[in-house]
Design a binder for this molecule. Structure first.
Ligand code: GLU
Length: 433
């Protein structure tokens, strides 16, 4: 049976690159009906922190990457095992002591080769490999040593990990050979690059999964996006439900070269998922985000909140973007875009137009889209203007922005009590030339 593992070191938050590694392991296990283990590589006593582990686990759960072992494996709980194995190698004379440390002797001039599932045949000469520390003087195992013992004890069949570990692989193979253990298959997946093709780092923006979660990205969109970083199902399909990704996932289709993390594509993908999301799923997310801003007071009618979500759902990239676009509806702080104000409000004749439109709207017996639109068209005709000459400034006066859903729908949802005072206030202050 296929057995794979994700082996994070809890020395930092879950990086998008590590999340992609976890995802590829998970997808492969699910595709093959195998098992996916989570192993905590917490042997760095100084840099490992429980809060990092909590965050890594929370991020994996958020992404939906469930693992198969009910109890997690912690390397820190297996120290006896590593020491006993190192002791055996000492006894056999293939390792030696240096103070408290135990070191493996590497015989120079051997060729170590393996057939990487992604990269094909890879060769190293042991001349380039120094003697390997197995147990450090603080009693903790090194990564390469603990990794080999654990992968072997848990019967790991495929080691799927980042390209940056290729140079560790011959060191691990030497240990497998010395201890007479079966060698798993190695699958080294390409690094994730920023749009400038350099290694993805903070410089390019958010790198932890948690930041994307907080910014209002959906886990399904994130998983879909990550699955296409270095893998493709063939053709130009991009939006794929998870069942489809699992069905299509194939190690042979993993590319050799770096995969580009394109935030614009992620945002587009997220907007596609938001658009398709049933309102009963989207509404709680929107409410949670509005609440986090302190904008959802108890007096708001839940049906009205749902109306606002419906109105904006096709034009938002993230849930946070929804909050940004609708701030003027949920609060009295209208997020005026200075460019929009300059272009649409600070123009000759605009104050007068807005005042007249406010008067027409005030006289409407019924506040609905049809009436609001009819009033606009009638006034435009009266003033000898195009409807757009009223629509653009009204949108900025009421929402602060020059883009958004259909104006008449916005005004209906904004209601009489927001719309009319805002038109008047823009006319008397913002429109001043
Ligand atoms: N703890 C290692 C890392 O986070 C695991 C590497 C491996 O999968 O072997 O890079």
């Amino acid at each position: 049976m296929v057995k794979v593992r994700f082996a994070p070191s809890p020395t930092g938050y879950l990086h998008v690159g590590s999340a992609r590694t976890a995802l590829f392991n998970w997808l492969f296990a699910r595709h093959e009906g195998g098992q996916f283990f989570l192993r905590v590589e917490d042997t760095d006593l100084i840099r490992s922190k429980p809060e990092f582990l909590e965050e890594i686990i929370a991020s994996l759960k958020w992404l939906g990457l469930n693992w198969d072992n009910t109890t997690l494996e912690y390397q820190s709980k297996r120290l006896e095992k590593y020491r006993a194995k190192a002791e055996e190698l000492l006894q056999r004379g293939v390792a030696y002591k240096d103070g408290e440390a135990i070191i493996f002797k590497v015989t120079p001039g051997q060729i170590i080769s393996f057939d990487d599932v992604v990269h094909g045949p890879v060769q190293f000469n042991t001349l380039d490999i120094k003697d390997q520390v197995l147990i450090k003087s603080d009693g903790m195992p090194t990564y390469n040593f603990a990794c080999v013992i654990d992968d072997s004890d848990f019967g790991i069949t495929h080691v799927i990990r980042g390209d940056d570990h290729i140079s560790n692989t011959p060191k691990q193979i030497l240990l497998y050979q010395t201890m007479n253990l079966p060698i798993p298959k190695f699958v080294h997946i390409p690094l994730i690059l920023g749009t400038d093709r350099s290694r993805l780092s903070k410089r390019h923006g958010a790198t932890s999964i948690q930041e994307y979660k907080n910014a209002g990205y959906l886990p399904d969109a994130m998983v879909n996006f990550l699955s296409l970083l270095g893998w493709s199902p063939g053709g130009d399909r991009e939006i794929l439900p998870i069942e489809e990704i699992i069905k299509e996932f194939d190690l042979k289709r993993i590319g050799k070269t770096g995969a580009m993390f394109d935030l614009t594509k992620l945002s587009w993908m997220n907007s596609q998922y938001l658009q398709k999301m049933p309102i009963e799923q989207l509404l709680p997310l929107a409410k949670e985000a509005l609440n986090a801003h302190g904008w959802l007071n108890g007096t708001l009618d839940p049906a009205w909140v749902a109306q606002v979500v419906e109105l904006y759902k096709t034009r938002i990239e993230t849930v946070e973007d929804f909050c940004k676009q609708t701030r003027g509806l949920f609060t009295d702080e209208i997020p005026f875009d200075p460019e929009a104000v300059a272009l649409r409000l600070k123009q000759p004749g605009v104050a007068e137009r807005l005042t007249k439109y406010a008067a027409k709207l005030e006289a409407l017996p019924k506040w609905d889209t049809a009436g609001i639109e009819a009033a606009c068209r009638a006034l435009a005709t009266e003033l000898g203007l195009k409807a757009a000459d009223l629509i653009h400034p009204t949108r900025v006066a009421v929402t602060g922005r020059s883009v958004g859903p259909s104006l008449f729908h916005i005004l209906e949802v904004a209601g009489r009590d927001r719309t009319i005072p805002r038109l008047k206030s823009a006319a008397s202050t913002l429109c001043a030339l």
